[in-house]
Design a protein around this ligand. Structure first.
Ligand code: PHE
Length: 444
């Protein structure tokens, strides 16, 4: 393999300035709409604490092993997700796995940008005190009117994409790492503040009970599959985002520890987001099973009636905006890294051109709800599970033991973590993913 770590390569591609920067950026990629928007409402649908336990099992048995596999491929090759497979197995069809990642980046970011636009719209609305003084019916029709207005959605989508592009164009260290170093700590602080507030409301007990009490009768095989799919989406797995972030790492990072840390941070934020949302929902006797509309339709009703609604509402949507942005950055970076490494384009030019193309790909999602749904389904039910399956097979069965071992320190190799990982990535992850995949195909 060519020496990929020479100073010229690093200067061209960029590198993280510290392990902390890398970990924060990876947590930033993982924490997103998946945690604050999706996790709480599906937990409500599939038996509260029962779902949380199954979800944690999926993260441990499948999520962390695949994340470690992605970091390993990225750091080993110091390449984007297409270049990585080309370098490891030149001329083989495994390169398709990398291509799938680039395609997923386009597909996911196109609709993610539209939801990001809703988040910005709601952030401005709450900062302007837009919910207070409105009746519950008025507040919930705000969302319907946004969802049916292509112009408003395209404005939000444009703004969201502009911020994302500007950050990615700034480079790995000055753009991505720096913005995550500001947004992630701010997100944690906002979350802690909201948590203290929510846990003191009247509905706190009922909210926690709803989220944590295991109702096993509501857990079903479909619930288990949902939990696994949610783990991929939430941990940003199966599309090379973690391969790309791993490719800017230097050799001395402990990948096992980093994978645990990222997965732990992501899961913690998902659960804590539920601790903020459900107490508010129960305090105002709203519908906890509100589904996908929970945070855009149901929660603003609570903000409209709270004494400090403007502060709580604004804090919540700013938190959500940070979460969405730090994930969108990683989605764009997957695509941008490919064009920089493989086509030799400059970062600035690549980011603006591709960001604009993705922006236009997102416009149909802002206009037609079924295009939006199709993109979402295509990505979460097909592209991510399939990508994760291929990555698990590649690292578990195609790479030789020597190639895997080379990424670990001698003292790590005999640890339970390493041995456990080898078993999980070879047997458990591919089988589990194949099962959800087959199940979902039957649904299609
Ligand atoms: N993990 C992000 C979220 O939870 C979404 C995402 C998926 C980001 C895949 C990058 C890659 O919202």
């Amino acid at each position: 393999m060519a020496d990929t770590k020479d100073p010229a390569t690093i200067a061209l591609r960029g590198n993280w300035s510290s392990v902390l920067g890398f970990v924060l950026a990876s947590i930033g990629s993982a924490i997103g709409l998946g945690n604050v928007w999706r996790f709480p409402y599906i937990t409500g649908q599939y038996g509260g604490g029962a779902f949380v336990l199954v979800y944690i099992a999926c993260v441990l048995a499948v999520g962390i092993p695949i994340m470690l596999a992605e970091f390993l491929i990225g750091r080993k090759t110091q390449r984007n997700c297409v270049g990585a497979f080309r370098l490891l197995r030149p001329g083989s069809p495994w390169i398709i796995t990398g291509w799938l990642g680039v395609v997923s980046g386009f597909v996911i970011l196109s609709f993610y940008g539209v939801v990001g636009g809703w988040v910005l719209h709601y952030t401005f609305l709450s900062l302007q005190n837009g919910f207070v003084g409105r009746s519950p019916e008025e507040v919930s029709t705000l969302f319907a009117s946004l969802a049916s207005s292509p112009v408003q959605q395209i404005i939000g989508h444009t703004l969201f994409m502009l911020v994302t592009i500007t950050i990615v164009a700034g480079g790995i260290h000055r753009g991505i790492e720096r913005s995550n170093k500001v947004m992630m700590p701010a997100l944690f602080l906002l979350l802690c503040g909201l948590l203290v507030y929510a846990l003191r409301t009247e509905g706190a007990k009922a909210g926690l009970e709803f989220l944590l009490h295991p109702r096993w009768d509501q857990m079903s095989p479909t619930g288990i599959l949902e939990a696994l799919g949610q783990a991929f989406f939430s941990l940003s797995l199966g599309m090379g985002a973690m391969i790309t972030y791993g490719s800017y790492l230097s050799r001395d990072t402990n990948l096992v520890r980093a994978s645990f840390f990222v997965a732990f941070g992501d899961t913690l934020v998902a659960v804590l987001a539920g601790f903020v949302i459900f107490p508010l929902v129960f305090t105002f006797q709203l519908e906890p099973g509100g589904g996908p509309g929970l945070i855009f339709q149901t929660l603003p009703i609570a903000f409209s009636q709270l004494p400090a609604g403007i502060i709580v509402g604004s804090a919540f949507f700013i938190l959500l905006a940070f979460a969405a942005l730090t994930s969108a950055i990683s989605l764009l970076e997957v695509v941008v890294a490919y064009f920089i490494d493989e086509r030799g384009w400059t970062r600035r030019k690549t980011t603006w051109i591709l960001g604009t193309v993705i922006f236009f790909c997102g416009v149909p999602s802002a206009i037609w709800k079924n295009v939006f749904g199709l993109m979402d389904q295509l990505a979460t039910n097909f592209l991510l599970p399939f990508g994760a399956f291929l990555i698990a097979l590649f690292v578990g069965w195609v790479l030789s033991q020597q190639e895997r071992l080379a990424e670990f320190e001698p003292n790590e190799i005999r640890t339970v973590a390493y041995l456990g990982w080898t078993f999980l990535i070879r047997y458990v992850s591919p089988v589990a993913v194949a099962i959800i995949f087959l199940h979902l195909l039957r649904l299609l």
